[in-house]
Design a protein around this ligand. Structure first.
Ligand code: PA5
Length: 421
């Protein structure tokens, strides 16, 4: 269950009836881009045979692999990393096997080279993910990793260790996978990249990290049913209404603030989801993020005193699973005994409350999103919550939240400069 607290937003007029029209469009498939709303039913209507294959592939990887290399970008990358880092922490590679290395999400030769060094002499599996099968960044990285795998294991054994997640019929990756005999998983036609974390795109790496994907789906089912129930108090409806009301009041930038490193990729996932969905026709809230409290030592000044175009959404969990308690120190040389005996989560709550108060005073309205606990089920609900709110908010804004025509522009220029025919 996600709670939305708007007491830091002053008096806001929430256009709930417009939001419910958007919910109806999503349920009935009558809005713009309705070919891409498969995510609204996915948590309870998915390919069960493929789901079992995902679990089996993940079990094999977990049993055999020291390292799993996951290749993908944008929607074929961010969701899996967000879930893994939240549930397994950002440092999980140093703690348990398999280490999961994400590559192909940019064009950084030094990074790719480092991953090649890290996997040397390790037992390696690969999951290459690309819906189109033609995106340059992951395709390049896959060419290099494929060469490494074939040199290391031979062509046949390399094929046993490579899993491809792509379109069911089209694209260079699908053709290559069929020719080489890789096991393939499908990105459904009716789900766009940024909504695909609960398809094989996210599920295979997430399951390979040892996360219970049945729980994730169960949470998402609860979340999506609640979001699209037609209840105007549903968390996604309230959040979408608040965002649109703030936008209409001149607040053009949303800062998603979150409590530390493990949440970073959830914010990256949110930025893609909302940025690609709403940034159309010269409209839309610009999604940004702020790590509490680290970024207050860099962005804090601007948030407090800069242009008043910002609103902030503070996200946190009600219950933390990993706790640290501040010890008592007799000598108290650092003067910190006033927090002795407190848990880090209590210190964070006080910090977040202080931040909220300061920002409201500075003219930055604050929405609070509070989720239950750091678990697969809770995360499933959170994914459904953000996806549904994004669809609702996009329809309220009057755009097609499910296309991304602007993403093509840089590709055209880059391909021309690289001499692609
Ligand atoms: O949301 C989207 O559709 C994009 O961000 C894609 O996920 C991204 O460009 C990767 O595309 P593909 O999976 O086709 O390689």
């Amino acid at each position: 269950m996600i709670k939305v607290n708007l007491d830091g937003c002053g008096s806001l007029e929430l256009n709930r009836s417009k939001a419910l029209e958007a919910v109806k469009m999503l349920k009935e498939g009558t809005g713009k881009g309705n070919d891409y709303i498969g995510w609204t039913t996915l948590p309870f209507d998915y390919d069960k045979d493929e789901f079992d294959r995902i679990i089996k592939a993940a079990e094999k990887i977990r049993k055999d692999a020291d390292a799993l290399v996951v290749i993908g970008i944008g929607g074929s990358y961010l969701g899996a990393r967000a879930v893994i880092e939240l549930l397994k922490t950002a440092r999980h590679n140093e703690i348990e096997k398999p280490a999961i290395y994400f590559i192909g999400n940019g064009i950084d030769g030094a990074d790719l080279n480092q991953v090649l060094e890290l996997i040397k002499n390790k037992n390696v599996y690969v999951n290459v993910i690309s819906k189109s099968g033609t995106t340059l960044e992951p395709a390049l990285a896959f060419r290099i990793i494929r060469e490494y795998m074939e040199k290391t294991y031979g062509k046949e054994e390399a094929a046993n260790r490579i899993f491809a997640t792509t379109d069911k019929a089209r694209g260079a990756l699908k053709s290559l996978a069929d020719a080489e005999g890789y096991e393939t998983f499908v990105v459904p036609d009716n789900i766009g990249g940024r909504y695909s974390v609960l398809t094989a795109v996210g599920l295979l790496p997430i399951a390979a990290a040892g996360i219970d994907i049945k729980e994730l789906m169960a949470g998402a089912e609860t979340g999506i049913k609640e979001a699209l129930s037609g209840n105007d108090d549903a968390a996604s409806v309230v959040y979408a209404c608040a965002r649109q009301a703030l936008y209409n009041n001149g607040k053009k930038v949303e800062i998603l603030s979150y409590p530390g490193e493990n949440y970073r990729f959830m914010a990256e996932w949110y930025k893609q989801l909302y940025g690609e969905s709403e940034g159309k026709a010269h409209l839309g809230i610009y999604p940004s993020s702020c790590e509490l409290t680290a970024d207050l030592h860099s962005l804090g000044q601007y948030i407090q005193d800069g242009e008043r175009i910002l609103f902030e959404t503070i996200f946190r969990f009600e219950k933390e699973t990993i706790e640290v308690t501040v010890p008592f120190d007799e000598a108290n040389g650092d003067g910190l005994n006033y927090v002795a005996g407190k848990k880090y989560s209590e210190v964070f709550k006080a910090a977040a409350a202080g931040v909220k108060q300061a920002h409201i005073t500075g003219g930055v309205p604050v929405i609070e999103l509070i989720a239950d606990d750091v678990s697969a089920r809770s995360l499933g609900e959170i994914i459904a919550f953000f996806e549904a709110a994004c669809g609702i908010s996009g329809y309220m804004q009057g755009v097609n939240p499910f296309d991304q025509p602007g993403v093509e522009e840089y590709k055209k220029n880059m391909f021309a400069l690289l001499g692609k025919k």
